[in-house]
Design a protein around this ligand. Structure first.
Ligand code: GLU
Length: 413
């Protein structure tokens, strides 16, 4: 059986950032201040439900602000866009996450800052909901997205509530302007419990993949959100997900994202995949230092920048057929990360027979550099498993035929 190179690649990325111990864990919540700063994890989940991860991928941590886009999506799904827009705007604020601010119509600027998130939390489960019912609705919904029962870290929320003066002032401000109707203490309790739902990097990757896939859960295939809700959520994440670092983030990494003060970071590439990292030390803007580094590398290596103008492909593996002792793998379209992942996934799940494998690129249009590396790596692994491999490339779309070990792949004319 062949092995999948993506986890090895993810491990390499973790090795590259491992020694960067700059930044500080969040210190305004006592339990977070005492947290282990060392865990490091990365996880990906494609819209087809293939999950890859490396590092401390099963260590649990609290979602904190990463809960905001998911709560926003649920509010949009439950109440509709119009009502949600009446309560919270969609403009980047350029301010710190806990700024006391409203726009000209007395609405929080966006759902990614605390003012917006506290207001969004209050929309869940109707105006008459108790705090416990509202939080249970969120917990159950997040669990469905993650594909397992998530729990709440009540020790953490108690610890946060001992010093929640800032969020209480925000809630009082919201109540003063009739943005929320609940008692300020209940509003902050409800929001803080939402922030204290525990996840792993793998959970977050699966949760984000539903947003990437227009609301269809990558593993159960259930439709959990409307595609328009996902689009709107991703748009707000793109413009305001990284607080006052949002502009710089969009330029350098180029994917909708959200960070949390416990050290989690999620990113979503529409139509392709969800990504999550975990590393608790934060930069002065409140974003995970090593998480940001990992995302920069992934975006660069995997061609994930949303503003890049390359075509997105689908159904990249046209067919795998057998003719005597020869297996033909026919690829089609633009070869990007998803296309190469589909190729690798197809070959590791295929039972090869005979003695020769031919990769047919006659219907392939373009090769992103990541696809050149990944597809050649897959071919090399087939060769190393004992097959004679060759590439049919009548239009010369593959830039070179050299494997990572310096040997040359046979080309058919
Ligand atoms: N519960 C945290 C707060 O409201 C979340 C902040 C964050 O993750 O950015 O202060």
């Amino acid at each position: 059986m062949l092995t999948m190179p993506i986890p090895e690649y993810l491990q390499e990325i973790l090795d590259n950032v491992h020694d960067n111990t700059s930044g500080e864990v969040a210190d305004y919540i006592p339990e977070l201040k005492a947290a282990d700063p060392n865990p490091l994890a990365v996880a990906l989940c494609t819209v087809d439900g293939h999950i890859y991860s490396a590092g401390d991928d099963s260590v649990e941590f609290t979602m904190q602000s990463i809960s905001k886009p998911f709560a926003y999506a649920l509010a949009l799904q439950e109440c509709g866009t119009e009502e949600v827009f009446k309560t919270v705007a969609v403009e980047p604020s350029g301010e710190a996450f806990n700024e006391l601010s409203l726009d000209g119509e007395n609405r929080p600027m966006n759902p990614m800052i605390n003012a917006g998130a506290i207001a969004i939390n209050q929309l869940i489960n109707g105006p008459d909901s108790t705090v416990e019912d509202r939080v249970e609705k969120l917990r159950a919904y997040f669990s469905e997205l993650a594909g397992r029962e998530l729990t709440i870290d009540r020790g953490l929320s108690d610890s946060e509530l001992t010093g929640a003066d800032r969020n209480l002032s925000i809630a009082h401000m919201l109540r003063n302007y009739d943005v929320i109707a609940d008692d300020a203490h209940d509003a902050v309790l409800s929001y803080t419990l939402q922030c204290s739902i525990k996840v792993t990097a793998r959970d977050l990757a699966v949760m984000t993949a539903t947003l990437a896939a227009g609301g269809v859960h990558p593993i159960t295939g259930k439709t959990l959100l409307d595609a328009r809700v996902c689009r709107l959520t991703l748009s707000v994440m793109a413009s305001a997900g990284m607080y006052n670092e949002a502009g710089q983030w969009l330029s350098s990494v180029g994917i909708p994202a959200k960070s949390g003060v416990a050290g989690g970071l999620i990113g979503i590439l529409p139509g392709q995949l969800g990504i999550a990292t975990f590393s608790p030390r934060l930069n002065p803007k409140g974003n995970s230092v090593r998480g940001v580094e990992i995302f920069k590398q992934l975006s660069e290596d995997m061609g994930l920048h949303l503003m890049s103008t390359e075509q997105v492909s689908g159904h990249a593996v046209r067919s795998i057929t057998q003719d005597g002792d020869t297996t033909y793998i026919r690829m089609q379209g633009a070869m990007n990360f998803s296309a190469s992942e589909a190729f690798l996934h197809a070959i590791v799940s295929h039972e090869f027979s005979g003695d020769t494998v031919i990769l047919d690129l006659s219907r392939v249009l373009t090769f992103h550099p990541v696809a050149t590396r990944m597809i050649k790596e897959g071919l090399k692994r087939i060769r190393d498993a004992g097959y004679s491999v060759a590439i049919l490339d009548p239009d010369d779309v593959l830039p070179d035929f050299t494997f990572s070990d310096g040997t040359l792949c046979r080309q058919l004319s």
